[in-house]
Design a protein around this ligand. Sequence first.
Ligand code: NAD
Length: 285
Amino acid sequence: MAEIINGKEVAARVKAEVRNEVLRLKEKGIDTGLAVVIVGNDPASRVYVNSKKKACEEVGINSYEYALPEETTQDELLKLVGELNADERVDGILVQLPLPKHIDENAIINAISPQKDVDAFHPFNVGRIMIGEYNFLPCTPAGVMELIKSAGIELSGKDCVVIGRSNIVGKPMAMLLLHKNATVTICHSKTRNLKEICSKADVVVAAVGRANFVTADMVKDGAVVIDVGINRLPDGKLCGDVDFEGVKEKAGYITPVPGGVGPMTIAMLMKNTLASSKLKAGIKD
Ligand code: NAD
């Protein structure tokens, strides 16, 4: 029976640490601010934006919301990003994805100042992550690393499988595991023998976006199974990419959905915003 890694608890600890530091900065007269931009009326995006604003309140970061209508043009959004880049109150800029189809997401990501890119999606920051010299890590993979660390799991030399190769989760996830000296295999929609590859892994990170994709027969006894997926079932319930009930009987460690990686993503966003504020102020410790 697997030990369940409690993301809510670890996220609460990370946020408490951020809060302490944010308050310490305030004592020096330094305020920390996050601009959150949402375009259109996507209900899931609204939920994410509200959670991010709530987390800002919890840790003492000022949040500035810019809710723009669906018909906002790319030029209008680029103009706002330019203003936020220059805004002294703003340490981090988060543009909630997905954007409406008529806006090129990459054009927007590329326009965000790398110094304020607390999602770490800008090519400059992606490159820095590749060479292992970074100020910000992308929030979800960084949250996964924090969960693994919290459970005292050593990654050096381990066989890790990441299922999914998105720019936001799969690819940076693989890179962070590699930085910890794991041997990393990235599986995706065209991978052959996925079951065979997974069932040999010491650590499996699932970021597929398909409910119950990872089943017990794909998991080695005692493996660490981290579930990044967020899927909504027809009955409205949330579930991950891992068949939690089946896999928990076989794995050594497992993260639940909800209450696993999700809360960590937001906690790491707070951590990145704090890091940006400290960098701007020239504070190193
Ligand atoms: P994505 O759709 O961009 O990527 C999914 C990946 O899964 C692709 O790389 C694809 O190759 C792979 N894939 C699809 N079908 C496959 C199959 N049959 N076999 C093997 N691989 C397959 O998604 P994403 O943005 O990387 O997100 C993945 C999941 O993680 C989604 O459920 C998303 O909601 C969730 N997510 C959660 C958080 C969080 O905070 N917990 C953050 C980001 C994404």
